[in-house]
Design a protein around this ligand. Structure first.
Ligand code: HXC
Length: 258
């Protein structure tokens, strides 16, 4: 499918999706969010994709929702449009792992979009923030909830109430990102991580993603029960037999997603 606001390259079972509105620092408008949701739905169905990387440009992952598109809207319009609500729900419904590779600004909806991915690797020039308060609004696609779960109440309140930016070192220290890499190496490093994930059993990768996400949705006991059942269910797969046999035979496993 031809997209105008994003690009997609697929290689070695990894789909690299780039947000591509350089004139607006990849600000998220309705076309981009629709195209991104469609691309992720397609990637989920595509057998040539086993892991997804979502990135922007060196200067900006995304500088937030498009303020020009939103500025004149009324309550009734944003309520009826459910602005980006359906799209972000489709994005988080993606079953395959998604890594956000963040360089430069990830602000407002851009920070929220990065947090809606499974984990974030950023470059040392990254800047995260929820500056919506400066526009007289608040985060609208999960920021108050996801940032709080990532970094805790105190830092999340600080970010949402002051609108200040967090640099890469603080983002790593506070658990918002899993790794920081030099800006020039961001994409090769993240593609290496994605290719490693793409080599795993896809069934186990999806089960791991579902189980970790349960930690945010349920009680500890329910989450542990969910994990235990998923772990047990994986013994119904050929990939479990192959993975364990390969270890015992001291060879690389050949997973077949069965
Ligand atoms: C529309 C944007 C934009 C945005 C940048 N641009 N951010 N356009 N929406 N969110 C445009 C600018 O208007 C400008 O276009 C061009 O991109 C370059 O931006 P500059 O400001 O000239 O760049 P710079 O001086 O380097 O500053 C970078 C910046 C700043 C610090 C990132 O652009 C900025 O503060 N942007 C807004 C960040 C923000 O408030 N995000 C939250 C949005 S609300 P022109 O045509 O003038 O050259 C949100 C809500 C989410 O995200 C919930 C949705 C449901």
């Amino acid at each position: 499918m031809a997209y105008q606001t994003i690009t997609i390259e697929i290689e070695d079972y990894v789909a690299l999706i780039r947000l591509n509105r350089p004139e607006a620092l990849n600000a998220l408008n309705s076309q981009l969010m629709g195209e991104l949701a469609d691309a992720l739905t397609e990637a989920d169905r595509n057998e040539k994709v086993r892991c997804i990387v979502l990135t922007g440009s060196e200067k900006a992952f995304a500088a937030g929702a498009d303020i020009k598109e939103m500025a004149e809207k009324t309550f009734v319009e944003v309520y009826n449009d459910n602005i980006f609500g359906a799209e972000i729900d489709r994005i988080t419904a993606t079953r395959k792992p998604i890594i956000a590779a963040v360089s430069g600004y990830a602000l407002g909806g851009g920070c929220e979009l990065a947090m809606a991915c499974d984990f974030i690797i950023c470059s040392d020039n990254a800047k995260f923030g929820q500056p919506e308060i400066n526009l007289g609004v608040i985060a609208g696609i999960g920021g108050t909830q996801r940032l709080t779960r990532f970094v805790g109440k105190s830092k999340s309140m600080d970010m949402h109430l002051t609108g200040r930016f967090m640099d890469a070192a603080e983002a790593e220290r506070s658990g918002l990102v899993s790794r920081v890499v030099p800006a020039a190496k961001l994409i090769p490093e993240v593609l290496t991580v994605a290719k490693k994930i793409a080599e795993k059993s896809q069934i186990a990768a999806i089960a791991a993603k579902e189980a970790v996400n349960r930690a945010y949705e349920t009680t500890l006991n329910e989450g542990i029960l969910f994990e235990r059942r998923s772990f047990q269910a994986l013994f119904a797969t050929d990939d479990q037999k192959e993975g364990m046999a390969a270890f015992l035979e001291k060879r690389e496993a050949q997973f077949r997603d069965r």
